[in-house]
Every structure is written in C-alpha cells, then in structure tokens.
Design a protein around this ligand. Sequence first.
Ligand code: MG
Ligand code: ZN
Length: 223
Amino acid sequence: MMKVVKPGEGEILDIELDEDLLRKNRELAEENRRLLDQHKVHAIDVMGSIGSGKTSLITQLITRLMGKRRMAAIAGDLTTSIDAERISSSGASVIQINTGRECHLDANLVRKAISELNLEGIDLLFIENVGNLICPADFPLGSHQRVVVISVTEGPYMVVKHPFIFIDADAVAINKIDLAQAMGVKTEQLEEQLFAIKPALKVARTNCLTGEGIEGLIKALRL
Ligand code: MG
Ligand code: ZN
C-alpha cells in the first residue's frame, strides 16, 4: 500500500510569503541584465548539486577560452572560498559570495558582486550558483544563459525528480561519464529524460577532470 500526500492551494506558506521577494528578485535580475548588456558582458549561471562538478566545469571552460575571451567568475558558497580559489588558479579574476544559510544565489547578491568587477575589462562572466537543484530555478540572476551540471553519481532518477531546474536551462552537462557504468546509470536514458522535459536543451557528456566533452559544450553555448 502506498499513499501520496500533496499540499493544497495556499498550503505551502513559504511560497505565499515569498511572492513579493520573488518579484523583487526578478526586477533586480532585469537590472543586472541591463548593466551587463551596457558593458557587453555575457553572463552564464552554472547550477547543480554539491559535488556535481560546477567548479571543475567553469575552470575547464576558462582554461580553454583563455586568450580568446576576457573572463571573470562569481562563486556562490555558504561559507567557504574553496571554489573561488580553484577557479582563480585558471587565471580569471573571481569574486566570492558567501551566502551564509541561504541555499541559492539571488539577484541582489549578484548585483553586489558585479559591482566589484571591472566590467570594461571582461566580456564573459561565469556565475557558480550554490550547490542545490531546487530554489536556484526560482531566482533568475540576470544571466544570459543557464547551464545545469548533473553527475551520473547522483543516480538514475535525479532528472525526473528535479524537472523544474531544467525548464529554464539552456544546456546541461552530464558529468563524470567515466563513472556511468559503475553507477549503473545509462547516460542515454538521462538524455531522453532531459529532452522529454525540454526538447531544445543542449546536452553535453563531460568528464571535467580530463576535459572530455568541454569543446562540445563550448560549441553548444556558442562561446
Ligand atoms: Mg563548486
Ligand atoms: Zn534556496
């Protein structure tokens, strides 16, 4: 026997209370976008679970685009600057945002980080979101593209369990593909599930440790 309990209309108090906050965030995201556009900076929001490979992906992209694009990154994390330090080893300037208890970046935090950047000196900005597959979907930051990094180590059901994060995404990197067999995950199946959610998604199979698949993602994102 199995029962499913679902909330009724208005029963999730958080969402009711947060309507104003979400609207304010969307307005600030539009301001961020205008500011970035004024300075001809293309911004990419990179989302995904903790440990899926967001930092490695950004570092790989920066390393491969070095010399062709002028880049910076913003790294969101609860309390540490581990990711910012890893990304800065690739040679790009990095601003760390520590969100404390907040489990996602919001447009206001990104606005503060952008104000620390020399926008005249860059044309490509990577924004590493906090490791989370749920609320980043509701908080646009003003980016031009959104990329989700998923890892085969998250198991075969992670796509069907988190459909909302993929709806507003432009591209998905299926990462750690070298571990797919060991994890009992079929990469084609994840791809089918992604295309069922959003047929226009660009999907790349990557190994962000070796760099496999990164060129394909660069082409898919037209970088
Ligand atoms: Mg990271
Ligand atoms: Zn959150």
